[in-house]
Design a protein around this ligand. Sequence first.
Ligand SMILES: [Zn+2]
Ligand SMILES: [Zn+2]
Length: 221
Amino acid sequence: MTAKPRYDLHTHTTVSDGELLPMELLRRAHVMGHKAVAITDHVSFSNVKEAVSSVARDCEAAGEWGIAAIPGAEVTHVPPGKMDKVIALARKAGAQVVVVHGESPVEPVTPGTNRKAAENQDVDILAHPGFITEKEAQIAKDNGIYLEISCRKGHSLTNGHVYRVGKSVGARFVVNTDAHSYNDLASHEQARKVAIGAGMSGTEADEALLKNPIRIMRKRC
Ligand SMILES: [Zn+2]
Ligand SMILES: [Zn+2]
């Protein structure tokens, strides 16, 4: 059986708090068999413009290997009342995939962040949304925003909850690593285990791993 392609739409580099340059992370992901990787470094008002344009330069060059290298951003720890502004700035700077750093159970993310992200149609993925409510999941679904099942230690503690609540309202999911180092990248098979572990059926896992990332890319890239 040939290995299934991998799509990872949430990763970090030295442009924020990751270990590798975007170029090296993309190279390693390509060699691992990734078909597409979005580099979504942490952004706020302080760095959004520079971070996105910096990542975009490596993404453009890495395309030579045949990997879809997508410049993105993760809007992180921005007060909910100010998030729309940073999201707009990220899009303006060229971010194709916009992730919001949701209310992870292991970080002091401001309550209201999930809701604000779910309401903004410029957001693609609500990452590690912790104890997301049915209402928030419903709004995300209505706005075409995908809920993330996270491979990352800590953030992944509420994967089962995210899946259960998201499924109850018919939301769509993606499975991302939130890699900060190349060791954090996952093959399709590894990521599939995380999806199944969250409660997904095999069919649902395939949709989250193979179909939904392509839907996001078709819409934005
Ligand atoms: Zn980080
Ligand atoms: Zn992240």
